[in-house]
Design a protein around this ligand. Structure first.
Ligand SMILES: [Zn+2]
Length: 289
């Protein structure tokens, strides 16, 4: 079974939740499960290097029946070998590699060459899309709320505010209708000019962020994913209309089509001491109309 030589074509950035594809390869896994590679898919896999949005849930239907896709991971192929998930040693898009969506199945697997149908759990996807759109808005609102906390010029975000989110983020996890982001305020951020005292009252910072989020949600701007081609590794950009103009953030995940789908987005901020600094956790909650 030859491994694919081109990246999987993906339709989830356009909002697709079902697709038809040809089985290119079936890789038996050490735990008895199998990874099925298709030429194209609507199934969003978790990214290895930046696993913010979890894999979709769904099924794969072939001549042998309908089977649950128990996991969806990103795979990379080099020199005739497939590396999956945690075994993938490079970031998605690295030179010299082919990147694929691996649909992990238990039990019966389809034949190579067979046409199969992928159906994604649309409700679960919609909740993750709401959570991911809310996560981007929350990061911009947090940056805005902390804009005065900097004593030096640093990189700025899509709204032109100092990029606290990008500079301090340690971990981001999208959950259904929300997200959980963890930031580290340590020596390197202080050296860049960030004043930790700005986070002395996280409830106040959250109130400022929430006021801005309420304005943005109220305005109900359009959201889209821009891309020039369909391959898994194509550069994709989240674009959103805010009252002050259009903002763009590079993003490989899935999103709502409009902020008017949301009733509210709010954040809660908590801080805690860690070795060498402070950890800030932002819990974002989206309420869908
Ligand atoms: Zn994103």
């Amino acid at each position: 079974m030859a491994l694919p030589e081109t990246d999987t074509l993906v339709s989830y950035p356009d909002g697709a939740t079902s697709s038809t594809g040809t089985v290119l390869h079936v890789e038996p896994l050490p735990d008895g499960r199998s990874a099925v590679l298709l030429d194209e898919t609507a199934f969003h896999p978790v990214d290895t290097a930046w696993p913010d949005q979890p894999a979709d849930r769904g099924t794969l239907t072939s001549a042998s029946g309908t089977h649950a896709i128990v996991d969806g991971v990103t795979g990379g192929i080099r020199d005739g070998k497939l590396y999956l998930g945690a075994d993938l040693p490079v970031r998605t898009g690295a030179e010299g590699w082919t990147f694929v969506v691996a649909h992990v199945l238990e039990g019966a697997v389809p034949e190579v060459g067979e046409t199969v149908r992928v159906e994604v759990d649309a409700q679960h996807r919609a909740a993750l899309s709401a959570g991911h759109t809310a996560c981007h808005l929350a990061s911009l609102a947090l940056d805005a709320a902390l804009a005065d906390a900097w004593s030096k010029d640093v990189a700025t975000d899509a709204l032109g505010n100092p990029a606290f989110d990008a500079l301090a983020i340690q971990r981001s996890r999208i959950v259904p209708n929300g997200s959980l982001d963890t930031y580290r305020i340590g020596k390197s951020l202080r050296r860049k000019g960030f004043t930790p005292a700005a986070l002395a009252d996280p409830v106040d910072v959250a109130a400022h962020a929430n006021a801005r989020l309420a304005e943005w949600v109220e305005a109900g701007g359009a959201v889209s994913i821009e891309r020039t081609e369909s391959s898994l590794t194509a550069r994709r950009t989240w674009a959103c209309e805010l009252p002050t103009g259009r903002v763009e953030i590079p993003c490989g995940g899935t999103h709502l089509e409009s902020l008017s789908e949301l009733a509210s987005v709010t954040v809660a901020l908590t801080t805690g001491e860690i070795e060498g600094g402070v950890e800030l956790v932002m819990e974002t909650t989206a309420t869908v109309r």
